[in-house]
Design a protein around this ligand. Sequence first.
Ligand code: MG
Length: 249
Amino acid sequence: MIHLRSDNELRVIRASGRITARVIQKLTKAAKAGISTAEIDYLAEELIRKENAIPAFKGYRGFPASVCTSVNEEIVHGIPGERKLRESDIISIDLGVNLEGYFSDAAVTLAVGRVGPGIKRLLKITRDALLAGIKQAQPDKHLSDISHAVQSLVERNGFSVVRDFVGHGIGSNLHEEPEIPNFGKPNLGPRLKKGMVLAIEPMVNMGSWELEVLDNGWTAVTKDRRPSAHFEHTVAVTENGPEILTLEG
Ligand code: MG
């Protein structure tokens, strides 16, 4: 079942989303060469708790941290640790916030210092793919219109979309129905309705779409060890079109 959120519920999810956006903004400033991913995680938890909210990832199915930090060939679910960021790395920071029982989820991929033109393009195309997906989040569109918009933009630009992980509904749980693949034909799946809240999150690989999960049971890396990027927003379907909830307000 896909929940349709009331205006009151949306108000809290929006407040949750603003916290997520503010924390990501601050982490973006902190993600410089020399900082460890554990330090980023520590900062994230401190910032979220200062907002009287709860880090939604911590303890989720046993995940040990408040953020996922995925560096270079890591796609998603990187576990923060002693690894220090180095010049020319890319890091994706993914975090979720639980405010009064309502959830938001967002991710960005950042360049640490200077990166080459290929990496810049990977980040730009992944961000563009997210925006193309979001644009489809309108009443009477089909769910797979989002998937199709993401995949076509990515593949048109010579990159590939990850198949093994998907976006998702969100609201009173971190992950709810429906699943939102980043690939597929248009005009399939349920029709979108006002009040649906969706976490749209393309994961884009520079090489092949195939992945492996490391022995820690969490971290997904590209099979060819080429870089991967990930951007995510929590979005409400409204009668006026998509509303991005994970923006600083
Ligand atoms: Mg998500």
